[in-house]
Design a protein around this ligand. Structure first.
Ligand code: IPD
Length: 277
């Protein structure tokens, strides 16, 4: 059977590679850093330039497709996922890393049809690792198949998470309280790459058993979600139900029992949905 979305996926890989070159070049030059929701929520001219490049090149090839892009939403575009083919783009996931030269920065392109994610491309451009997955066809890094860890015991696991960019002391207390609960299970360790998408690709690659975060956005995890599932992993919401792309929270794990153990430990706290009016 022909794969109707393969051409779109090939295009996503090509444009992600081009975007990665721009990100790498920008690291060598002065960057113009700006703030979004707070003084620690950063954006650069490169984020905006890369998003414009991706959207323009996709529009030229697929003029009827829709977009959700981090910087377009920041500029006032709606963040609505309908049944149309939709590209969900984070031009620079790990902007804080990018600004500081911390080498985990990813260009993320997810693609959904009828609200189902069909493929994901995450290009960790400083490491030059191209993570790709097409629904039903497996997950790969630079062409090599990915498989989640077969670890079944959470107390023999590494769990990834992030602090995000919310510095409200009450939220920070909840983040630490959740981390404390996970750390004291005990687990072998807690890690964070500074990029939600790269953390999830590390779940897919079997380097960490799970990743969780509240406060991320759909563009941070749409592409990587397909990669985790196609590598054999599971995605849950903090309530234990299926992942909700607009909910601003996710648990990605190598298997259901580790994901459910994390659900049991963590306290969820509110984050305004991405599709809130
Ligand atoms: C951020 C990164 C970070 C995570 C934040 C995200 P951005 O994305 O993924 O690791 O903790 O929640 O917003 O802003 O660099 O695209």
């Amino acid at each position: 059977m022909t794969d109707v979305w393969q051409e779109a996926m090939d295009h996503a890989v090509t444009v992600a590679r081009k975007a990665g070159e721009i990100v790498r070049d920008a690291l060598e030059n002065d960057m113009k850093i700006m703030c979004k929701s707070s003084s620690v929520d950063l954006v650069t001219k490169t984020d905006q330039k890369v998003e414009q490049l991706i959207i323009a090149s996709v529009k030229e090839k697929f003029p009827n497709h829709g977009f959700i892009g981090e910087e377009s939403v920041a500029a006032g575009q709606p963040c609505i996922l309908n049944d149309n083919p939709t590209w969900i783009v984070d031009p620079v996931d790990g902007t804080t890393n990018f600004v500081h030269g911390y080498p985990f920065v990813a260009v993320c392109i997810g693609f959904a049809v009828n609200k189902t994610l069909e493929f994901g491309v995450v290009y960790s451009c400083i490491e030059d690792k191209m993570y790709t997955a097409r629904r039903g066809k497996g997950a790969f890094c630079n062409g090599e198949p990915l498989q989640v860890s077969d670890q079944k015991e959470i107390n023999q696991s590494i769990i990834a998470t992030e602090f995000g960019s919310n510095r409200d002391p009450e939220v920070v207390d909840k983040i630490f309280s959740n981390m404390r609960k996970i750390l004291c299970l005990p687990v072998h360790g807690i890690r964070g790459a500074g990029s939600a998408a790269i953390n999830m690709c590390l779940v897919a690659a079997g380097s960490v058993e799970a990743y969780y975060e509240i406060g991320i956005h759909c563009w941070d995890f749409a592409a990587a979600a397909v990669i985790v599932e196609e590598a054999g992993g599971v995605l849950l919401d903090f309530e234990g139900g299926p992942m909700d792309l607009m909910s601003r929270r996710i648990i990605a794990a190598n298997n259901k029992s580790i994901a459910e153990r994390i659900v049991k430990e963590l306290e969820a706290y509110p984050a305004v949905r991405d599709d809130a009016p």
